[in-house]
Design a binder for this molecule. Structure first.
Ligand code: ZN
Length: 188
């Protein structure tokens, strides 16, 4: 088991588009195993490779829905088709999300209700998940990471001001900051 440090907002790897995976080798298998370990200990429901400093188009997810169904997997070189984002104000109770790269903060954000994920698994085989609700939100959040977008970049003005203040107060927003799940007293 290897838990990796999670990069904090401000690190350039989080704000740059990641590259497609071309080699399905032992290095990739090790990276994905370590990402699952890191996500579980954090704990989080999703983790992108960019968050552990690897600029590849890979994310992992682990989510149990209201019907107790486990959605767990790795998405390599994913594409995502989403329905239009609902208009109006997001609900603070039901639509707040967090990010392991902005630990401890949560802000409300509108997301599409449905997202169809197409991706490769670790063997390079394609698969598809037609996601609704919170799983669709997880996919949108993680997919954004691969394009160098954090959810903080999508917040409306008032929340964007609040998150900028929180980042400044924590002295984040600069390269080289990270935290280690299981060691540092932080959680998202
Ligand atoms: Zn995130």
């Amino acid at each position: 088991m290897a838990v990796l440090p999670i990069r904090i907002t401000g690190d350039p790897v989080l704000h740059s588009p990641a590259l497609p995976v071309t080699e399905f080798d032992d290095d990739l298998r090790q990276l994905v195993a370590d990402m699952f370990d890191t996500m579980e200990l954090a704990p989080g429901v999703g983790l992108a490779a960019t968050q552990v400093g690897v600029p590849l188009r890979v994310f992992v997810y682990n989510w149990i829905d209201d019907d107790d169904r486990l959605w767990r997997g790795v998405a390599i070189n994913p594409t995502l088709l989403i329905t239009p984002t609902p208009t109006g104000e997001p609900d603070e109770e039901d639509e707040s999300e967090g990010c392991l790269s902005i630990p401890g903060e949560r802000f409300p954000l509108r997301r599409s209700e449905r997202a169809v994920l197409t991706a490769l698994d670790l063997s390079g085989a394609p698969y598809e998940v037609d996601a609704r609700g919170w799983l669709a939100r997880i996919f949108q959040h993680e997919y954004d990471h691969l394009d160098g977008i954090l959810y903080a970049d999508r917040l409306d003005h008032a929340c964007a001001v609040d998150v900028a203040k929180a980042i400044k107060k924590a002295k984040w927003g600069v390269p080289g900051k990270s935290w280690l799940p299981g060691v540092d007293d932080l959680d998202a």
